[in-house]
Design a protein around this ligand. Structure first.
Ligand SMILES: Nc1ncnc2c1ncn2[C@@H]1O[C@H](COP(=O)(O)OP(=O)(O)OP(=O)(O)O)[C@@H](O)[C@H]1O
Length: 282
């Protein structure tokens, strides 16, 4: 563990049982700039442990990509952190709070199932705002700001069936961001889209995330994408899954196709590939 560990005030009110003393102590120690602390996380599917006593610190306001062997538990990890999937043991805190006390956005790979087909694009995006209890005028202002940030070029009064796959995924990304999330989870958000759309969405998303400094966890099967978008690449081992290595990538933003031919990019990607190949051979 690095030296720079900081004590935090007593943990905030949590819904789950208080952690056992050893875990509570581990929860109070994390590097400066941490947003999410994960301690002692365990999850078993049908008798097979996917995570066993897993610890991780996720920095605030950064984009972290999660990359690892097939089936190692990338989606399981972000689903547990985001509160979608229950875990067997352990604790996950967001600045001392639990998931249900945190504004969270989630973008699924399968946009066709994620957008509401009976609602126009604009109503899909607006939908979560009704649960935030903010005045109507402010809701509209938020929506307008978001539309402006993404420089949306198509008609937001269209229904999903009238839109391309990329446009539908953009709608689901905007719906996740309209709540002004503290943390955004993206599970393979671009894998079903054509390359032109992927480049467009990567560019827009990077711009918005950098402006808003949203803590972001991105699962990607595409190593180029995992490195290109990330401040940090989290490389996982095979099951039971641990952190194999964490790689920092601090190229200037916005990152474009040119970034992916830079020396720095090639260095980080080569190291990631080396670690990945070592892990899959184990
Ligand atoms: N609901 C479930 N019931 C049983 N097993 C599950 C369930 N969800 C996931 N698993 C298993 O847990 C392991 C991790 O799954 P997960 O989808 O998180 O991996 P992943 O790294 O995201 O996979 P991939 O690389 O294929 O996208 C896999 O072996 C998967 O079959």
């Amino acid at each position: 563990m690095p030296d720079a560990y900081y004590s935090v005030p007593p943990l905030g009110a949590t819904r789950s049982a208080p952690p056992e003393p050893a875990l509570a102590d581990r929860l109070r120690r994390f590097p400066a700039g941490t947003h999410i602390t994960i301690r002692g996380l365990s999850k078993t599917f049908a008798g097979t442990p996917v995570y066993d006593n897993f610890d991780l610190d996720i920095p605030k306001g950064k984009i972290v990509s999660v990359f690892g062997p097939n089936g190692c538990g990338k989606s399981t990890l972000i689903n547990m952190i985001s509160g979608i999937l229950p875990y067997d043991r352990g604790q996950i805190l967001f600045d001392g709070k639990e998931a249900h006390e945190t504004r969270i956005g989630y973008v699924f790979q399968n946009y066709r199932e994620a957008v509401f087909p009976w609602m126009r694009a604009i109503d899909n995006i607006r939908y979560p705002l009704q649960y935030l209890g903010i005045p109507k005028g402010e809701r509209q202002a938020r929506l307008d700001r978001l539309i402006e940030s993404f420089e949306v070029q198509f008609d937001l009064n269209a229904y999903p069936y009238q839109m391309s796959g990329g446009q539908q995924q953009l709608v689901s990304i905007m719906r996740a961001l309209v709540v002004d999330p503290e943390v955004l989870f993206l599970d393979e958000p671009f894998s079903a889209l054509d390359y032109e759309m992927v480049m467009f969405l990567r560019g827009r998303l990077q711009k918005v995330l950098t402006e808003r400094q949203v803590t972001t966890l991105l699962v990607s099967h595409d190593l180029d994408e995992a490195v290109l978008l990330a401040d940090e690449v989290l490389l996982l081992t095979k099951r039971p899954t641990q952190v194999a290595e964490r790689l920092h990538f601090d190229a200037a933003r916005p990152r474009t196709a040119d970034t992916s031919v830079s020396d720095d990019f090639i260095r980080v990607k080569s190291r990631a590939l080396e670690v990945f190949q070592r892990e899959v051979r184990k």
